[in-house]
Design a protein around this ligand. Structure first.
Ligand SMILES: [Zn+2]
Length: 320
């Protein structure tokens, strides 16, 4: 059995057991933060349900090929608009009538419903009715950010599959495989800022705005170890033009300082941050983190952007 997924051993075991024992449930709820891979894993599970090969999902048999080309007649994917109430009742009703028609190719039909937390109340109730009396040979795969985001009665009808962020080494491995043209340095930096969420890491490597913001955060961090005020002022200079950009950079910086602090206290190494951690004391990292947090708070309260950046450069401690 070979799902191609990172970390999340427990979730993979539950799904593998379902396939191997042939005891498929009528519904599975994949939940976890955005970008963690819920949809990707749910699709692989659908492929595994249809697969006729040996090392399920084999990727080579006809059903696997149809899934990989998005042309399997017994698989439907809906939702995923990411705005509240964007998943309408008419879509669920269409599934309800379709679910009672026998499968075309194989023995099962699979419906992947992305973002069920965005279902209107009517849509959620309509789905609940199907799950209360599910047709034979039909499997529903639901995704949402957390169990509390959907009706408890819906949750209780599903096998819960929680997807967690991965460790930094797992994240680096994933980003290397998924973004092969990127340098190890860029990947390491993305892995420090994405909190183990691979989708977020990929965004950090491909979205120009994210790339610029993360580079600026790292430049500020490096400037704090140079021991002169001018270096800090220069590193902070890209912040004076845009409030959303500044906030993004400061959130990244806050994230990096939190990681550095944890590493310093636990005396562990963090790839790419070790030089900074070695040069700084716990007290100075704490003061930096506190200053950055205060500045984020000032920005959120609509303080003048230039004043915020000036305040930041005057209050960030820098040392040799
Ligand atoms: Zn196959």
């Amino acid at each position: 059995m070979s799902f191609h997924f990172y970390g999340n051993t427990k979730a993979l075991q539950v799904l593998q057991q379902s396939i191997q024992t042939g005891h498929l449930s009528h519904a599975y709820l994949f939940y976890g933060p955005a970008g963690v891979g819920k949809q990707a894993l749910a699709k692989q599970f659908a492929q595994a349900i249809f697969c006729q090969g040996e090392n399920i999902p084999c990727g080579h048999c006809i059903p696997c090929q149809k899934m990989l080309k998005n042309i399997h007649p017994d698989f439907q994917e809906l939702g995923g608009q990411n705005t509240k109430n964007s998943f309408h009742v008419k879509e669920v009703r269409a599934i309800r009538s379709d679910a009672y028609i026998r499968p075309n190719d194989g023995e099962a039909k699979v419906y992947l419903l992305n973002g069920v937390d965005n279902m209107s109340k009517e849509a959620a109730n309509s789905l609940l009715k199907v799950l209360e009396e599910p047709p034979d040979n039909v499997v529903f795969l639901l995704t949402c950010p957390s169990r509390s985001a959907v009706l408890p009665t819906l949750v209780s009808r599903c096998v819960p599959i929680e997807i967690f962020p991965v460790t930094q080494p797992e994240c680096i491995q994933a980003l290397q495989e998924l973004s092969p043209d990127t340098t190890l340095e860029e990947i390491t930096r993305a892995s420090q800022l994405c909190d183990g969420i691979i989708g977020k890491g990929l965004e950090l490597l491909s979205d120009p705005e994210e790339i610029k913001a993360s580079q600026t955060a790292f430049q500020i961090l490096e400037s704090l170890s140079k021991g002169n005020e001018l270096a800090v002022v220069v590193a902070l200079s890209p912040l004076e033009n845009s409030r959303p950009f500044t906030k993004k950079v400061l959130l990244f910086l806050s994230n990096l300082l939190r990681l550095a602090l944890q590493a310093k206290i636990k005396k562990i190494s963090i790839l790419g941050l070790d030089d900074f951690i070695q040069k700084q004391s716990i007290q100075s990292i704490l003061k930096m983190a506190d200053t950055v947090e205060t500045c984020i708070g000032m920005l959120e309260q609509n303080a003048n952007l230039k004043l915020c950046v000036t305040w930041l450069s005057a209050n960030l401690p820098y040392s040799i």
